[in-house]
Design a protein. Structure first.
Length: 135
C-alpha cells in the first residue's frame, strides 16, 4: 500500500456533516490535518465538532478576506496568501492551553461543521512498512 495525500473540499452554509476516511494502519498515533478556511458570510464564526474524537470542538472567528491555514500538527495558524502568522486572539482564542486541534483517527471519522465557510482538509494516512513508514 502507499500513502497519498487525501484532500477534501466543501462549501458549507449553515451546518453539514463531513465524513472523512483515514486508511492509516498506525493505531498509536493520530493524524493531524492541515485546514484551509475562508469565511463566506459576515460573521466568520465556524465551529468544527469532531464527533469521532469524543465530540471535541474547535471554534474559530475567521478574518476578512483571508484564507486561514490551520496546521493542526504543529499548532500554527497563518494567512495563506502572505504566510504571516495570525494570532490566536484574532481568531477568538483566549486560552492557548485549551485549544482543540482537530485530529483524524484511523477508520471513518465524522465532523459536524457549522458556519458559512469554504473548507479544505488535507492529511496523509501513514502506512506501516518493514523498517518504517510510508508518508
Amino acid at each position: 500500500r502507499s500513502s497519498d495525500l487525501d484532500i477534501l473540499s466543501d462549501s458549507i452554509t449553515g451546518s453539514k456533516l463531513i465524513n472523512i476516511s483515514c486508511h492509516s494502519d498506525e493505531l498509536e498515533e493520530y493524524v493531524y490535518p492541515f485546514l484551509i478556511l475562508k469565511k463566506t458570510d459576515v460573521t466568520g464564526n465556524v465551529t468544527i465538532t469532531n464527533i469521532t474524537d469524543q465530540n471535541n470542538i474547535l471554534c474559530v472567528r475567521l478574518l476578512e478576506e483571508i484564507e486561514t491555514c490551520i496546521d493542526c500538527r504543529f499548532n500554527m495558524v497563518y494567512d495563506k496568501k502572505n504566510k504571516g502568522l495570525i494570532t490566536f486572539k484574532d481568531l477568538g482564542w483566549e486560552d492557548a492551553g485549551n485549544i482543540y486541534w482537530p485530529r483524524i483517527l484511523p477508520g471513518n471519522n465524522t465532523w459536524h461543521i457549522e458556519g458559512s465557510v469554504d473548507i479544505t482538509i488535507d492529511f496523509y494516512s501513514p502506512q506501516k512498512i518493514l523498517g518504517g513508514y510510508i508518508w
